[in-house]
Write a protein that binds this ligand. Sequence first.
Ligand code: CUA
Length: 337
Amino acid sequence: MRRGSILALIGIGTLAGGMATAVAVLLPWLPEDASKEAGRIDFVFWFTVGICIMIFALVVAVLLYSILNFRAKPDDDSDGPPIHGHTGLEIVWTLIPTILVTSIGIVSAIVLGRNDALGKNVLHVNVTAQQFAWSFQYPEAKNLTTGVLRLPVGRSVLLSFTALDVIHSFWVPQFGQKEDTVPGLHTHLHITPTKTGTFPVICTELCGLGHATMRTEAIVMTPAAFNKWLKGQTAATTSPNPTVSGAAVFKNNPCGSCHTLAAAGASGKIGPDLDKLPQWAKQAKQPLEQFIRTSITNPNAYTQPGFPKNVMPPFSSLPKAQLDALVQYLIQSSKKG
Ligand code: CUA
């Protein structure tokens, strides 16, 4: 091969590689990393992208060079020379992809192994998925249950999933992984948050009418703030005379994603309008307080006409103090509405 041809190939390859690198690096393809695991997964991503860019540059260089130099003249109808096989070339184009694919496999296996390895002092959180809500239970805090996931930064967290009805999938983009929740199976996800902040928790498996509303938040706090919160919550739910705010219970649970309640600024349309609770209770021929209480703990006992059964999840595990506060809050705000 002439020296000029080699230089042309290198030039085209460098240009193509540079353009592909610019597209890869300058556009924000990935969400910000907020867990150690996400950082490792991103490394596998960029390792693979790097290989792809090299192959892309090589293919574009050979392709463009061939188009420019070896294309047939307009009136040339003759066949090309009969070339059959080239053992050296075949070995090269088998060997190089084998090495590349194997190296991606090895890097991925190392990352998978590290991501699954629990750290010391693991925080266990039981996550329940149901149409259309997430709830989070902390066994180390007397099974405190919340609708928002709170985690301390820097600590190894093992999420254990239970699905009560259909398949859902847990996803916090900044944590880098998705995990399906499957009825009858116990799935797990290990994460080690690295940044404080508020991140979205998204259901990423089509699970029914309210799938798009099946969202909540993951709040990553400093360990001191997390422990303070955990202690405060545990005290509030176990002390005999807790002052629980019904508005806070409403906000901590996913009520607002399906229901409208002006006082809480909620505008969900999946379930009945809670501003009209007195009217619904009359329709159901039940006293307002009893109607609200039953509708929360055993929603299938009576379903509002025009709304399907089995959509509202039963909030039967809500501690009594929180349930009482929520019922009073709904009575007061719906009477205003
Ligand atoms: Cu749960 Cu989609």
